[in-house]
Design a protein around this ligand. Structure first.
Ligand SMILES: Nc1ncnc2c1ncn2[C@@H]1O[C@H](COP(=O)(O)OP(=O)(O)O)[C@@H](O)[C@H]1O
Ligand SMILES: [Mg+2]
Length: 372
């Protein structure tokens, strides 16, 4: 008789613009996971935030028809540790039965998944999960606070400026004056908390700036304006908890003016170069900075750390940390590990082990205190 399999709930979909990408990542993971060791329980989150299991939640989300799936909930109550199945009756939703789970693999990109919200629920529920905790997730999601933090650690980021949406709405002239006093064109205007380049505009000149700020303001209450760099885009995969390791760097060659939503998901032709054709010294520096940034945000499990490499003077800037990176078999995160000697299946195995380790380590901390 073999050992009992570890029950892994893979959560995908979610309330974010990256819902569809998440489905592709999750399919890759569920296909490649070691079935001898793990039993997979697929859980889908619809675009309006309903959790579904049973039947085939992947198919339900892909088709938009969720007949046959059962609504489920994770309770923030560690004594009901697992997945609560719900029944629809004339009394509304009532709990029916509990499925125990050993560990959760959240494969949710963007807000309400990669930003610490789902991680917070899993902390309350007392269930180990893959990837960064609440703090690391939130810091990786917020481009503004991330840059503030990198600066505080003396790590290199491009010059940037933060603007509240309300400020922009109240006094546009003053905001534009402030931006132009500090940065020069081209600039990048972004919502602080998003991904997949949604809401991001490259601004070439003065006349384009107001529209770019309006566009970013559709998505967030905090906006960010960055100095545009004539840059190559370098990415490093990081894996581990307290002693993380960094992969060889890769390079993205976008098929458009910058790596926008179309270049990422629609137009074909963006290329990944693995390893990145950069000098050994630059590669080492990227790996070293990736680990420093990872530790600075208190990341765990995994992250992809992205850089801008200035073509003009060779400066390497930390751009962002993605705590749940794209995870399809052709995504940069697993590809970089493959090039560094860790296969896709082995990577999933390590991530689950790291999740269990981190949970164990955390369980050693006291949760009560009695003063003498
Ligand atoms: N300061 C910058 N200089 C040059 N290009 C940039 C700059 N900021 C962003 N970009 C371009 O925009 C893309 C998306 O920006 P990024 O901050 O990575 O947002 P997202 O989280 O949506 O991926 C980058 O991959 C790059 O192509
Ligand atoms: Mg990016």
């Amino acid at each position: 008789m073999g050992k009992r399999k570890i029950k892994v709930a893979v959560i995908f979909g979610g309330r974010s613009g990256e819902h569809e990408v998440s489905l592709v990542s999750a399919q890759g993971i569920m296909k490649a996971i070691d079935k001898e060791k793990y039993e997979v329980l697929p859980i889908g989150i619809t675009k309006d935030g309903r959790w579904i299991a049973s039947g085939d939640p992947m198919k339900a989300l892909q088709s938009g028809v969720d007949a046959g799936s059962e609504p489920v909930a994770l309770l923030g109550d560690p004594s009901q540790r697992g997945l609560m199945h719900l029944k629809e009756s004339d009394k509304g939703l009532t709990p029916s039965r509990l499925t125990e789970i050993d560990v959760v693999f959240p494969v949710l990109h963007g807000p309400y998944g990669e930003d610490g919200t789902v991680q917070g629920l899993l902390e309350l529920a007392g269930i180990p999960y893959v990837g960064a905790g609440v703090t690391g997730s939130a810091l990786g999601m917020d481009k503004l606070i991330f840059k503030d933090l990198m600066r505080a650690h003396g790590l290199p980021v491009v010059p940037y400026l933060s603007i509240k949406r309300k400020e922009w709405e109240r006094n546009q002239e003053a905001v534009i004056e402030r931006i132009e006093a500090m940065l020069s064109y081209p600039m990048f205007v972004k919502p602080a908390n998003l991904g997949s380049s949604v809401g991001i505009t490259k601004v070439h000149e003065h006349t384009e700036l107001p529209l770019a700020l309006d566009e970013a303001a559709r998505y967030d209450r905090k906006l960010l304006v960055e100095q545009g760099i004539n840059a190559r885009e370098i990415e490093v995969s990081v894996l581990g908890n307290d002693d993380p390791i960094a992969s060889v760097p890769g390079e993205i060659i976008p098929c458009r003016e910058f790596y926008d939503y179309r270049a990422k998901y629609i137009d074909e032709g963006s290329k990944l170069l693995i390893p990145a054709p950069i000098p050994e010294e630059t590669a080492l520096r990227a790996r070293e900075l990736a680990i420093k940034a990872y530790l600075a945000i208190d990341c765990a499990g995994m992250a992809r750390v992205d850089f801008l490499l200035d073509r003009d003077d060779g400066t390497l800037y930390l751009s962002e940390v993605n705590t749940i990176p794209g995870f399809t078999p052709i995504s940069m995160y697993p590809k970089l590990w493959e090039a560094s000697g860790i296969s896709y299946t082995e990577l999933i195995d390590r991530l689950i082990e790291l999740a269990l380790e981190r949970y164990e380590d955390k369980s050693r901390s006291r949760t009560s205190y009695s003063p003498m």
